[in-house]
Design a protein around this ligand. Structure first.
Ligand SMILES: Cc1cc2nc3c(=O)[nH]c(=O)nc-3n(C[C@H](O)[C@H](O)[C@H](O)COP(=O)(O)OP(=O)(O)OC[C@H]3O[C@@H](n4cnc5c(N)ncnc54)[C@H](O)[C@@H]3O)c2cc1C
Length: 420
């Protein structure tokens, strides 16, 4: 039987007698980075908060490029130093057209110094980021960590009821659904989604390389998707290779030495010889957007709200903006003595997140489709876009700033990230 680790408060231990539900203002479901950050911020807003998740069990070999807005947020949460110590700074982001097509885009390199930043952000293993956030969650007053999974949630007029997989029952005025793409919280709130797939899969792993990366992240754009090399501490990188599923299956069948050789060829030996470290993981590529981000006492954050292909390091950075925006609104609700899961609160959350989520999803979708398209007009448009990004300085700076954090949807914890 799992235990309840209490920080700010405790909940009743399971007993054979009929249970009295433990009551919280907010229950966050899901212990990935979006859920952990949201739970800390909900508790800091003064609401009694439960985090329901299989604690510390992450089957995740990915790394995340945390961009400047996310780093500002983590700094204000007192966590940036720990992230920087485990991660690697990203000073330059380079895009290389490797399609071999007739019309090719020029190579573009963005430098963080162009927008007055020492770095675009830090690349860190998801497991290291989650561990830092979980340690912070354990130390947060008013946050109770519950090591279990949500089995079922039902939403009611005044509160929601959560039944956990060990039989315990909780009630909360607000559920924060951070339980990933197959969110049970989203289903419980009756929130519909728009979803589609791509003829692509992504393979991720970490590599040691012979040559230094010089804090430069390189994204090769191939005919079937990007191949991204992102710096890690030392002469190491993480890679995301997006390809046709059959190619990924073939590559995954190779032994480490053969796969390292093939990856080195795809990287044009830019960083010398590769040696594979640790395990590989494969993700079929799909996209999903919830039709609303808050309804029936449920607010959705992270991949419970939006999923899209790994292009431009946007997914989790968007998820952290969800958590930070929800934190802002909870802060306001707490000070005004308002219901954290009330209709007004959820409508405000939905309004605050809609443009950011929908515009990032559309941009990533367009870039990905333009890459896959064999049609000349799409290739011309892509080439022109990258030429403009290379040659028009104000446009370059705008793209960099907006890539870090959007001007129109900046949560309080991320304000002032980029000098204007
Ligand atoms: C190949 C690849 C590379 C990427 N690279 C980047 C990048 O560089 N930068 C970036 O910003 N984004 C990146 N992303 C996106 C990013 O990885 C995701 O956005 C992020 O991991 C989502 O975090 P999350 O907390 O929302 O969901 P998850 O990490 O999926 O966490 C969901 C959690 O919910 C838990 N859960 C599920 N069901 C239940 C339940 N019933 N009860 C309790 N808990 C439950 C799960 O155990 C899990 O821990 C990448 C994605 C891919 C596929």
């Amino acid at each position: 039987m799992s235990s309840i680790e209490a920080q700010g408060q405790s909940a009743a231990a399971p007993s054979p007698r009929p249970q009295v539900a433990a009551r919280f203002d907010v229950a966050v479901v899901g212990g990935g980075p979006s859920g952990l950050a949201s739970a800390i911020l909900a508790a800091r807003a003064g609401f009694s908060t439960a985090l329901v998740a299989p604690l510390g069990q992450w089957d995740d070999a990915r790394t995340t490029a945390l961009l400047a807005g996310s780093m500002t947020m983590l700094e204000r949460m007192g966590l940036a130093e720990a992230v920087a110590a485990k991660g690697q700074m990203l000073r330059v982001m380079r895009l290389v057209d490797d399609t071999g097509r007739l019309i090719r885009a020029p190579e573009v390199a963005f430098e963080s110094s162009e927008i007055g930043l020492p770095t675009f952000g830090y690349n860190i293993a998801n497991i290291d980021l989650n561990t830092i956030l979980l340690d912070a969650a354990r130390a947060t007053a008013g946050l109770t960590l519950i090591d279990a999974k949500l089995d079922q949630a039902s939403t009611g007029e005044a509160a929601t009821t959560l039944t956990l997989d060990d039989g315990r029952v909780l009630t909360a005025r607000l559920i924060v659904g951070a339980d990933g793409r197959k969110s049970k919280c989203r289903d419980a709130a009756g929130i519909d989604v728009r979803q589609w797939t791509y003829p692509q899969a992504a393979m991720v792993m970490n590599l040691a390389c012979a040559a230094p990366h010089d804090d430069i992240s390189t994204e090769f754009h191939g005919r079937n998707g990007p191949f991204v090399l992102v710096p890690l501490p030392g002469n190491r990188i993480s890679i995301v290779l997006v390809e046709a599923p059959a190619t990924i299956e073939r590559l995954n069948g190779l032994d480490d030495a053969a796969l390292a050789r093939e990856l080195e060829t795809r990287a044009h030996s830019l960083l010398g010889r590769f040696t594979i470290e640790g395990r590989r993981q494969v993700y079929p590529l799909s996209a999903m957007t919830a039709r609303t981000f808050g309804r029936n006492r449920v607010a959705l954050v992270g991949e419970a709200a939006h999923v899209f292909p790994p292009i431009g390091a946007q997914g989790l950075n968007l998820g952290l903006r969800d958590g930070a925006t929800l934190g802002d609104l909870l802060d306001k609700a707490g000070k005004a003595g308002e219901d954290p899961g009330g209709g007004a609160m959820l409508a405000a959350y939905d309004r605050a997140r809609a443009i950011d989520i929908n515009s990032r999803t559309a941009t990533v979708d367009t870039v990905n489709r333009a890459l896959l398209s064999e049609h000349l007009p799409a290739q011309v448009a892509r080439g022109f876009g990258l030429w403009a990004a290379k040659s028009i300085p104000p446009l370059r700076r705008l793209m960099m700033r907006e890539g870090m954090v959007p001007t129109f949807a900046t949560p309080r914890l991320m304000r002032g990230t980029v000098p204007r």
